[in-house]
Design a protein around this ligand. Sequence first.
Ligand SMILES: [Zn+2]
Length: 130
Amino acid sequence: MQALGAFIRRSIDAEDAARARAAEQATRARRMVVTLAVAGQVALVISAAGLQLALFLTPLWIVLVLLLYGTFARNKWGIDFGKIRRPPNCPRCDSPMPRWRMPKTLEQALWGGNTCANCGCVMDKWGRAV
Ligand SMILES: [Zn+2]
């Protein structure tokens, strides 16, 4: 009889221990799910911010590349740094252009260029006849 009582007590203890272990495991799993969800949200917010920053900066990069390439290739996007010292002479009659130009057309106002007061030659900002 005593042996049976001891056996029952032992099996109850084992059952309690198993239940406690299962509860601990469930708590750990729940904590892991919450951690993963939070980490996912944080990653989403960071990537969304990065995407917005990239979308915002891309036009700036494109403009910068156009300006740099235009300066070296001497197209209308380029910046003529030599003109800061002295504007290029007229390509046809070689008369000097005024430092402060008055654009004659919308194209000249937007992209630079000049019209020679001496011979009427139209040039771009690099001093090439158009
Ligand atoms: Zn001229």
